[in-house]
Design a binder for this molecule. Structure first.
Ligand code: ADP
Length: 385
């Protein structure tokens, strides 16, 4: 069967150091033909030696799911790339030069960009179609200078590309538009505070579709409390730990990225498990939940001030979409700021975008599912035509 370009899917790839998430998406309809994740890449005892083997494993799994890539020609491959640095403010078709520049940006994202590069290299060998990089930082390249600038000497910042970049941009951008669609309101008229609460967590302030603030910074470590990341700490903590605890910089980096956040406070990083422990009376879990919510309120308040008031507060990603207790706790006590959650609407289980504030609320509170794969597929298709 021959298919028109419109019928040809985009393969969306998200390569991590030991995993490869994939989805075959029809960008126009948003239909997902297949998807999954290949895990344990390169680990001892794993059948999947490297990212090239992961792509072969993916092809086999797609075939088992009834999708033969030989019969279903791809339109393009869209790659999620975490760090676009100062230069990439929009998706770009990947050639050797672009790949080199993404590789060079590994210094800014050592936990993320090297894996993306390996994934792109392997995919370019496997699929002779256009490859597009979609950057997590791109949406935030519009941050006004007062928001993107750290108060450190300007020559040093310029030399080392030090600024606030922001991450999860593909999600924040998608959710900003989806929220406008939900409210039946032009994007250009809306002031939005968006809370993306997944394994990684970030907040953004979006005015008329343009990002004006976000909680992540030079790296995805800044801002909200996350599953294993501390979010904001006193920057003096690094020097203190080095001097007092004798820790190396790498140890401190690992501590704050992998052993802190909800995990560091409670011993678990999965939010479902945390809430179960809170309900069972676990005090460490209670503190972790309360710190998580306290930090969220801190950012909501800050962004109301940055935006001069908001029209809508949006919850998205795993925790934001599914945890009614988090949404209720964030809104608690904010009635005077116009933020109220209707408890019956909040408790309803649904995978649809929906409003959870009472009719006529000053600030609409909404739950809006994110879909980064669809956003990447659409941006990829738009670029390759
Ligand atoms: P990622 O950031 O990796 O894309 P997700 O957006 O899927 O992750 O979010 C994962 C987080 O969402 C985990 O902490 C998980 O426990 C949490 N989560 C998923 N479902 C629920 C639920 N029903 N209640 C509370 N938390 C949930």
């Amino acid at each position: 069967m021959t298919e028109s370009t419109d019928g040809r899917p985009v393969l969306v790839l998200n390569a991590g150091s030991s995993s490869l998430k994939y989805q075959l998406v029809l960008p126009e309809s948003g239909a997902v033909r297949a998807g999954g994740v290949v895990e344990r890449i390169g680990e001892s005892g794993s059948d999947v030696a490297d990212h090239s083997a992961a792509l072969s494993a993916m092809t086999e799994r797609l075939r088992a799911d009834g999708v033969d890539l030989d019969d279903v020609p791809l339109r393009a491959v869209g790659h999620r790339v975490v760090h676009g640095g100062p230069e990439f403010s929009a998706p770009v078709v990947i050639d050797d030069g672009v790949l080199d520049r993404i590789r060079q940006l590994s210094a800014l994202a050592p936990l993320h960009n090297p894996a993306a590069v390996i994934g792109i290299e392997a995919a370019r060998r496997h699929y002779d179609v256009p490859h597009v990089a979609v950057f997590d930082t791109a949406f935030f390249s519009s941050l006004p200078a007062p928001a993107s600038t750290y108060a450190v000497p300007r020559d040093l910042a310029a030399k080392h590309s030090i600024r606030r970049y922001g991450f999860h941009g593909t999600s924040h951008q998608f959710v900003a538009q989806a929220t406008a669609d939900l409210l039946g309101c032009p994007l250009g008229d809306l002031r939005q505070v968006i809370l993306h609460l997944g394994n990684g967590c970030s907040a953004s302030a979006v005015h008329g579709g343009r990002a004006v603030e976000t909680s992540m910074g030079l790296t995805p470590l800044q801002g909200l409390v996350m599953g294993t990341r501390s979010g904001d700490v006193d920057p003096g903590l690094h020097a203190y730990l080095a001097r007092e605890a004798g820790m190396t910089l790498d140890e401190i980096d690992t501590l704050l990225n992998k052993k802190s956040g909800v995990l560091g406070l409670s011993g678990v990083n999965d939010f479902r498990e945390l809430v179960q422990r809170v309900d069972a009376g676990d005090e460490d879990a209670r503190l972790a939940f309360d710190v998580f919510v306290h930090r969220l309120k801190h950012y909501v308040g800050a962004y109301l001030a940055i935006l001069g008031g908001a029209d809508v507060l949006v919850f998205t990603a795993g925790i934001g979409q599914h945890s009614a207790p988090v949404r209720a706790a964030v809104a608690e006590g904010l009635a005077e700021l116009g933020i109220v959650v209707d408890s019956a609407l909040n408790e309803e289980r649904s995978n649809e975008a929906r409003v959870i504030s009472p009719d006529g609320s000053h600030v609409v509170v909404a739950v809006v599912p994110t879909n980064e794969e669809l956003a990447i597929a659409r941006q990829t298709a738009d670029l390759v035509g």
